[in-house]
Design a protein around this ligand. Structure first.
Ligand code: XMP
Length: 504
């Protein structure tokens, strides 16, 4: 495997994803929490950083600690190698940002197979002026002489551009040169091998133990369940709670898919409990808390019904696990364990997280390998509190019914017109206002709904989708004609930031 030492760059995860695309396994670790480097670690990558090596308190590593393994420095990582070797790094007097073209000036295994005028993406404020004696330049651009360099007799390489971003057109090939040809990593990180290995590991770890897992209908919990089921079969007890805030017919449909997959799943109808807990609550955070608390209550009760359960299965994925870099010394956050006594019993179970090494796109590939149906794998993200945070203000079963009908018309419309897969997330919001309309000869005074559809990569930022006017027009007509109580439809054209995806 490859270890990426993170110096706090925004795009470190992209380096990991590019490496995984070459079917090589890699891990991200903070520069100041280097894991044990055993023989399985074939190479090290030093990431970029918002810092400057010229600052006294900028992040550093002791290169000797890394052994004789191949090293690749990227951007800040490259400047750090030059600086630590005794070279000079200075603030650049011209902009080194955007596309550039790199010419190979000396042949090197790192640049093997790249075109002689390869487009690369630069983004740095500092630049390397002088390399230490033991390094030589292997690639230059119009304005950056030291775009790529290598040690004269050790497998140490560095580049000031970012091969991990797609604007570096041959970045993937460069990364492959490093991890496969230079480090000698085997290209065995495939979904088939992941499934085989993980199923064997889960069998060894869990033996005859029972595991309880909460299904949500989403990609991660579904794939985690199918993987666990492969390993331990009927000893996996899945619980799918109907909180009364799901999409129209979703509970029944998803339950059926799960049953078809052979999962041992129990559907629990707890709608009324949730509606009771939400009664009169208007504040979004109060609603979230009430929904969360009720879920825990229901889940704890269900977990208790499973005799001798020892483990809690979870669909946690790698981005949730990566330890983020604190540039102000070791992290001061200390997890509080003092309230363990007050935790619901299921939270005291041992935790098994079969997807903890995977990125989202890898979860989908594994799901495909496992035969999870496309309608589960391709499903839009849906918030845990569900329609509870899409009904602004207080929640009643009547409002849920209206919103479910509106949402179903919108989502089915997106599917029928082949737009669903182009949209990252979509849904409808029931606004707490009425407006005047006219239907036939009569004045109406009814609810307003908003439609929201966004494109995004990870939900951190998002753009509103430019859905075709004809489509929006048709959906609006259908909603107003078919859903009693709604006489006006608006489309949300705000991006995130400054808006958020959800309205609450
Ligand atoms: P925002 O509204 O913060 O949403 O732009 C970003 C993503 O997070 C989802 N979201 C939630 N998911 N519980 C969840 O499980 C929540 O309370 C919650 N709030 C927002 C949202 O649907 C979007 O995908």
């Amino acid at each position: 495997k490859i270890i990426i030492l993170d110096f706090g760059s925004q795009v470190t995860q992209l380096i990991a994803r590019r490496i995984r695309e070459t079917q090589v396994y890699c891990e991200i670790h903070p520069f100041n929490h280097i894991p044990e480097l055993d023989d399985s670690v074939k190479g090290i990558i030093l990431s970029g950083s918002p810092c400057s090596v010229r600052e006294a308190d900028s992040p550093r590593v002791n290169l000797e600690q890394l052994g004789n393994r191949p090293i690749l420095g990227i951007c800040y990582g490259a400047q750090l190698l030059a600086y630590l070797g005794g070279g000079s790094v200075e603030a650049s007097d011209h902009r080194e940002y955007g596309r550039a073209h790199m010419t190979t000036v000396k042949s090197s295994p790192l640049l093997a197979g790249l075109s002689s005028n390869s487009q690369v993406w630069m983004s740095h404020g500092d630049t390397i002026m002088e390399l230490p004696a033991q390094y030589e330049v292997i690639g230059s651009t119009e304005s950056v002489r030291v775009a790529a360099f290598a040690h004269v007799d050790k497998p140490i390489y560095a580049i000031q551009f970012h091969p991990e971003v797609t604007h570096s057109l041959e970045g993937g090939a460069l990364i492959k040169n490093f991890v496969v040809n230079i480090c000698g990593c085997a290209q065995t990180w495939t979904s088939d091998s992941f499934v085989d290995r993980t199923v064997a590991e889960l069998k060894a770890k869990l033996g005859n133990d029972k595991v309880v897992l909460g299904l949500s209908g989403g990609v991660d919990s579904s794939v985690a369940a199918v993987l666990l089921h492969r390993a331990i079969g009927k000893n996996l007890y899945c619980i799918f709670v109907d909180n009364g805030l799901l999409r129209k017919d979703e509970f029944e449909q998803v339950l059926e898919s799960y049953t078809e997959l052979g999962l041992n799943v129990k559907g629990v109808n707890s709608k009324q409990l949730f509606y009771d807990a939400l009664k009169g609550l208007k504040d979004p955070e109060d609603k979230r808390k009430a929904i969360g608390k009720t879920f825990i209550k229901v889940f704890d009760h269900e977990a208790h019904l499973i005799e001798g359960v020892a483990w809690l299965g979870q669909g946690t994925i790698y981005p949730d696990k990566i330890e983020s870099v604190s540039l102000k010394g070791p992290s001061a956050t200390i997890k509080s364990h003092h309230n363990v006594g007050g935790l619901p019993d299921f939270m005291k179970l041992k935790v098994v997280e079969p997807l903890e090494a995977l990125f989202k796109d890898e979860v989908r590939l594994v799901g495909k390998t496992l035969g999870v149906p496309k309608d589960i794998l391709g499903r839009h993200p849906f918030p845990g509190p569900g329609l509870g945070i899409r009904i602004l203000g207080d929640i009643t079963p009547e409002k849920v019914d209206i919103l479910q009908k509106v949402d179903a018309i919108f989502i089915n419309g997106l599917k029928e017109d082949g737009l669903y897969d182009q949209v990252w997330q979509a849904g409808a919001i029931l606004l707490p206002i009425q407006s005047v309309g006219v239907m036939g000869d009569e004045r109406t005074y009814e609810q307003v709904v908003a439609l929201r559809a966004v494109s995004s990569v990870d939900g951190m930022t998002a753009d509103w989708c430019h859905l075709p006017y004809e489509f929006l027009g048709r959906i609006s007509n259908e909603i107003i004609n078919k859903v009693k109580g709604v006489n006006r439809v608006v489309y949300d054209i705000s991006s995130k930031p400054p808006a958020t995806i959800e309205w609450e």
